[in-house]
Design a protein around this ligand. Structure first.
Ligand code: SAH
Length: 396
């Protein structure tokens, strides 16, 4: 099948050749052929050399996302099956660590821009964030079924990003088979109940798995403050490793209710832990005023900067939060501070945490570990803007 051809302007091929899969509308030579929204195209450089095959959307700045740089690779069922098998191989080590929940397809990082698939035991929770990915849904689902035989595939296309692509935000629904409201998964030996249909993201924050594991290893005998706890993942890892006391805070009532259930599922009496539904800033100010201290403080807020224009305000919020977190950390304690704002770089985040340490009178602040995404969230090296998650383990 011949696809519509798109030619780039002079010198616009450099990033593509380095492996960056995005082509901005300004890089494309006019006139453009007729292409339906999300339709496949072949991309050539000015000198007529083939660059890649991807999908096109005139409604966004990122006009083309490359699916393959191999001219002989058609975008068909086999293409998706091969990509899925490759992604599965990368995650094999997780299954050997009592873990049956992980991101199987991480969009560009698994060479499938716009596609997300999270594995929760026998079920998959999927998202199609671009028009091109949406148009290829059928093939993707068919390939997932053929390769993985899931009991159900559930669509969480309720994400805001779809509107930028001219797509509807959909009510969550079954795409294949039937998925129950809650699925119990294993993560490093903890049982976690996942609210697939109504939970945040696709149900759980899989990207914090390796950070949760390390907190578990450090938690024996310690008091732990788990801010922005969601369903309490960090807390349950700490409890399984004999933490002395765990306090979890989240503004979401359903998240805290689920956190209590998960504590109980793992054999702990939820009455023995403290669970607070409330605003993190208000609660931390109250704790600081009351002179409270914790051996381990975890700060895992939502993305404060959703776009470039939110950045100054977001950096101020991170600084304030980290100052409060440092004030609540006991002497010789640990602070794990995270940011999942894609628009804030690791360097900017480090600077903000240093500023917070000055304000909190905790200089010089030392770190002993910096983490990003785990093995199930690979990123293309030539695409630094996709490294959204930063986690600093600080010795206070
Ligand atoms: N640490 C969690 C993930 C946290 S996601 C894990 O490992 O699973 C961020 C959480 O912050 C969400 O659960 C959200 O409900 C909560 N949140 C957002 N704004 C908040 C605020 N101002 N105060 C308290 N919690 C907040």
């Amino acid at each position: 099948m011949t696809l519509p051809m798109v030619r780039l302007k002079a010198h616009k091929e450099k990033d593509i050749i380095r492996g960056h899969p995005w082509i901005f509308s300004g890089a494309i030579q006019a006139p453009l052929p007729q292409i339906s929204r999300g339709g496949l195209v072949d991309v050539y450089a000015m000198d007529n050399s083939f660059l890649g095959r991807g999908y096109y959307n005139a409604e966004t700045d990122i006009a083309i996302r490359i699916l393959t740089m191999n001219q002989d690779e058609p975008i068909d069922l086999d293409f998706f099956k091969t990509r899925i098998r490759r992604a599965k191989r990368l995650r094999e080590s997780l299954e050997q660590q009592q873990t049956n929940a992980y991101r199987l397809i991480h969009s560009e990082g698994d060479l499938l821009p716009g596609f997300i698939a999270d594995t929760y035991a026998d079920y998959l929770s999927v998202q199609f964030s671009t028009a091109g990915a949406d148009a290829l849904q059928g093939l993707f689902i068919e390939a997932l079924v053929a390769e993985l035989h899931p009991k159900g595939i559930f669509a969480r296309n309720d994400i805001f990003g779809r509107t930028r692509e001219g797509l509807e935000r959909e009510f969550p629904h079954d795409l294949w088979g039937e998925t129950p409201d809650f699925v119990d998964i294993q993560e490093h030996g903890a049982t976690i109940r996942v609210d697939i249909k109504k939970g945040q993201k696709t149900g759980f924050f899989l990207d914090q798995r390796d950070k949760r594991k390390l907190i578990g290893q450090l938690a024996k005998g310690k008091s732990v403050l788990n801010m922005f706890s969601y369903s309490g993942g960090f807390g349950v890892m700490a409890a399984l490793n004999q933490a002395q006391k765990i306090t979890s805070v989240d503004q979401s009532g359903p998240a805290i209710a689920l956190a209590k259930d998960i504590m109980a599922l793992n054999g702990f009496d939820p009455q023995q832990s403290q669970f607070i539904v409330g605003d993190a800033f208000t609660e931390m100010e109250r704790m600081v005023a009351g002179g409270e201290k914790f051996d381990i403080v975890i700060l895992d807020p939502p993305a404060f900067a959703k776009s470039q224009k939110d950045k100054p305000q977001a950096l101020r919020a991170y600084k304030k939060l980290n100052k409060l977190g440092l004030e609540l950390t006991a002497e010789k304690g640990l602070l794990l501070t995270c940011s999942c704002s894609g628009t804030i770089s690791l360097e900017e985040f480090r600077e903000t945490v240093i500023d917070a340490s000055v304000k909190a009178n905790k200089t010089p602040l030392r770190i002993f570990q910096e983490m990003e995404h785990g093995i199930d969230h690979p990123v293309i090296l030539a695409m630094p803007e996709s490294r959204y998650l930063k986690a600093l383990f600080c010795a206070v």
